[in-house]
Write a protein that binds this ligand. Sequence first.
Ligand SMILES: Cc1cc2nc3c(=O)[nH]c(=O)nc-3n(C[C@H](O)[C@H](O)[C@H](O)COP(=O)(O)OP(=O)(O)OC[C@H]3O[C@@H](n4cnc5c(N)ncnc54)[C@H](O)[C@@H]3O)c2cc1C
Length: 342
Amino acid sequence: MDIQENISLKEYTTFRIGGRARFFAHVRNTADLENATAFARQKKLPILVLGGGSNILVADEGFAGLVLRMEIMDVVINGNKDGKTIVSAGAGVEWDGFVAGTVRHGLHGLENLSLIPGTVGAAPVQNIGAYGAEVKNAIEWVEALDYETGVVRRFSNRECNFAYRTSFFKTPAGKKYVIIRVGFALAKHGELATSYRDIADYIKINNIAQAEITLQKVRDIVIDIRTKKLPNLAEYGTAGSFFKNPIIAKSEYEKLLNEYPMMPHYPAGEDKVKIPAAWVLDNLCGFKGYREGDVGVYKNQALVLVNFGNAASSEIKNLAQKMIDAVQEKTNIILEREVEYV
Ligand SMILES: Cc1cc2nc3c(=O)[nH]c(=O)nc-3n(C[C@H](O)[C@H](O)[C@H](O)COP(=O)(O)OP(=O)(O)OC[C@H]3O[C@@H](n4cnc5c(N)ncnc54)[C@H](O)[C@@H]3O)c2cc1C
């Protein structure tokens, strides 16, 4: 396989920001993966696993190691288990194309996760979620290579340790695994999840009859909502939501309510609530539509940072820190990043 040198990473991320990778490999099959990781071991290089680059911010200095661009593309139906169809997909398969295929085949489970950018291999890493669904509920197993030892291992759903926007693969022990393919358990018949507020409102406003709400219709609704709310990647550089929604103690939330009676919340387990960070950034800190030169906050979503042209990585980081500080000053909440700094 061909290992390239000094490749600009800007073109490989949706933020369209970042310096060069010292080494870069297109990984199209397991042999490529084994060769590339052996090269990194021999040269003692750090590894960055890259999918669609839609959840990372690469430093202006670039990456002084080997980038593995995951391009393993197989999709296979692996039979049935407990009444569900097991479908596996290679790490490099484009996520939304895969979701479209499952919906076309009448398989339930991924429809609410339509139009999320990126690849299948990255979906388990932060347990992607949207519109009331999380990918953890459809994952059967994850096959990954330990790049320190070269050993391939299959993780069960439980072993992935999924939680809100995180998993084992985000921990220091999990970082040495390159996800090769993911197995999904999808139902031929299933309940459609339409109770999430944005979807329920859409159905009501557009007068959609219950009988019209099919699997494909749910996908279409999610796509329509997302297209209106989120920036078009062809037009803006962005990595989507920059911060996670903070989860705080109910008692903390009650104190905040005295000061901000309109602050929304969602239940998040015993004695905990989730606060929509976008509401805080917009209503308490006034960041929606904020702009400084080529960096700013998207006009329709205060969680989304945008590169309007030639922004540097450092400028995005400075704006993110400014937002963290403003939220802390108003609420004492410390926002956690969803986007990973490389
Ligand atoms: C407009 C927009 C909207 C978005 N909306 C959502 C949303 O609704 N919900 C949501 O959860 N996310 C959302 N995201 C974030 C992003 O789409 C997801 O996190 C997606 O899964 C990232 O996929 P990727 O292939 O681009 O990963 P990358 O950005 O390339 O990588 C992300 C992380 O995963 C690791 N990684 C990637 N592939 C592998 C692999 N094969 N093995 C091991 N590690 C790997 C990388 O090292 C990195 O740490 C959005 C992003 C954008 C730009």
